[in-house]
Design a protein around this ligand. Structure first.
Ligand code: FAD
Ligand code: MLT
Ligand code: ZN
Length: 465
């Protein structure tokens, strides 16, 4: 549904729906909504609209459907696969004004909130009731609940609570005909029909606009320690997790990075080296259920498999900074080289993780000798964020193809947590069978026959076979 020449009255209709103050058309005002977080992609928007309620979202959808102008829903715009920005003339529907936390229910252990609520705000609301949202990511101050649902975001706590989909108890969404779907029981057991709630998790804005969410909450863990350990390899880092589990400790988070990423973070944030000695790889692990002595003992018994280690009681922000600063430091370094990083979020089986990273580095160095590879990520899920710095945009697809084919050869996933978006859409068939893709197309067509939502995201523009 191209929108080269949107009907003149569309902007008026949008203003009727949300009020003129919340309809932006001036390029300088819409730039932040049209450019992705990495700065790699920038699109053209017919308008940016900021509805203030579900009813206003529905009115916007009806106005766009009536004028055949497609829509891209947007939350905090921290997505990393080019799906949260317009391609060619869509209306960007920003959900940031739906930022009300409606309730935290300590009995049902749920949080009800607007889709524009940030992860950080939801975490604070849960904590004020003595509970915890089992979702966390370095983009927490900007990423919204609607966005983490639409991307089925992973993050720092997947090892403990699973991805966002596992924590989604209910959803309210506006569909392509402007009708409002609401699944909101919050019951642990509510087995009536297709899992439409789960379907919206990971839909990447292609099936409808999430306006409200009901999230499951958990009890915060006790006796939490944060440890940073220098190790010779990813496999050695894996052994640390094994030892911690064997010691009866619960892993709340398990993140890795390497010397190259550490150097970028230190130079960007002015941090001192964590240890006197430098190590090839670092593991940041958060453990609960143990005493300080117990944690120290666990590491001591690892002997030479670990180098230096340091730990402190949670939140351990000083140690987390080395990990949480990776994304920004990598982006800044890439931009300094003159092009945005090629960011590839992939997962491979744990037993092949170290092998995959090693082979990938050799292959990239052979084909792109000028480039630099910086990886970091979520160790317990075999999730590497592969960042290629210094690969010219013109060769980005070739580099992406090389890495994603290698991932598939290692039995992995071309998208661990960020989604497919526009960035990986051409490789969808590498990861999903023709039957699988056809089934996804059928679902898309059933809920959005005119292709109103996020054309070009996840599935290539509709072709009716
Ligand atoms: P946006 O970027 O605005 O949108 C993302 C996608 O969701 C788009 O397809 C958009 O159309 C759709 N969408 C957004 N809101 C809605 C809605 N209400 N209804 C329907 N569709 C919607 N991701 C991880 O998984 N794990 C991490 O650890 C992680 N860390 C990050 C760290 C940094 C520093 C940054 C910049 C990003 C990180 N991300 C991570 C990526 C990103 O934060 C997540 O993908 C997050 O879920 C995006 O939320 P958002 O509100 O910014 O969504
Ligand atoms: C992270 O884990 O930091 C993110 O998913 C972001 C990234 O890949 O840079
Ligand atoms: Zn991540």
């Amino acid at each position: 549904m191209p929108a080269a020449n949107p009907p003149a009255d569309l902007v008026d209709r949008l203003a009727d729906a949300v009020g003129a103050a919340h309809v932006l058309t001036d390029d300088s005002l819409t730039k932040g909504y049209r450019t992705d977080w990495t700065g790699r992609w920038e699109g053209r928007a017919t308008a940016v609209v900021r509805p203030g309620s579900t009813a206003e979202v529905a009115a916007v959808v009806r106005a766009c459907a009536a004028t055949a102008v497609p829509i891209v829903p947007q939350g905090g715009n921290t997505g990393l696969v080019g799906a949260s920005i317009p391609g060619d003339g869509e209306v960007v529907v920003s959900l940031r004004r739906l930022d009300t936390i409606e309730s935290v229910d300590p009995i049902e252990r749920t949080l009800a909130a607007g889709a524009g609520v940030t992860v950080a705000a939801a975490q604070a609301a849960a904590a004020s009731a003595g509970l915890m949202l089992g979702i966390d990511l370095a983009a927490r101050e900007s990423a919204t609940l609607g966005g983490v649902v639409a991307t089925n975001a992973g993050g720092l706590r997947v090892v403990r609570y699973g991805p966002t989909r596992w924590q989604l108890a209910g959803v309210e969404a506006v569909l392509a005909d402007g009708s409002v779907l609401r699944r909101w029981s919050g019951l642990m057991k509510d087995n009536v029909g297709y899992d439409l709630v789960g379907l919206f998790a990971g839909s990447e804005g292609t099936l409808g606009i999430v306006t409200r969410v009901l999230m499951r909450l958990v009890s915060p863990p006790a006796h939490v320690h944060v440890a940073l350990v220098g190790v010779p390899s990813l496999d050695a880092a894996g052994a640390v997790l094994g030892a911690a589990r064997a010691a009866g400790l619960t892993i709340e988070a398990a993140e890795f990075f390497h010397a190259a990423g550490l150097a970028l973070v230190r130079s960007r944030l002015g941090l001192r080296p964590p240890f006197a000695e430098e190590y090839p790889t670092y593991l940041l692990v958060e453990l609960s259920g143990g005493t300080e002595d117990g944690v120290a003992d666990t590491f001591a018994r690892l002997g030479t498999r670990v180098g230096d280690g340091t730990f402190e009681p949670a939140p351990g922000s000083r140690l987390w900074a080395y990990r949480e600063g990776q994304t920004e430091a990598v982006n800044a370094a890439a931009v300094a080289l003159g092009c945005a990083p090629v960011k590839l979020d992939v997962a491979v089986p744990l037993r092949r993780h170290a092998e995959f990273e090693a082979v990938m580095r050799v292959r990239i160095a052979e084909r792109f000798p000028e480039s630099e590879v910086v990886t970091f990520g979520h160790l317990a899920e075999g999730n590497s964020h592969v960042n290629l710095l210094g690969v010219p945009e013109a060769q980005a697809d070739e580099a992406t193809d090389l890495v994603l084919r290698l991932v598939v050869d290692h039995g992995g996933s071309i998208s661990a947590e960020h989604g497919v978006g526009r960035a990986k859409r051409p490789w969808l068939e590498l990861a999903r069978s023709p039957v699988d893709v056809a089934a996804m197309r059928a679902i898309k067509h059933a809920l959005d026959p005119a292709g109103l939502f996020s054309p070009g995201v996840l599935l290539s523009p509709a072709r009716r076979d």
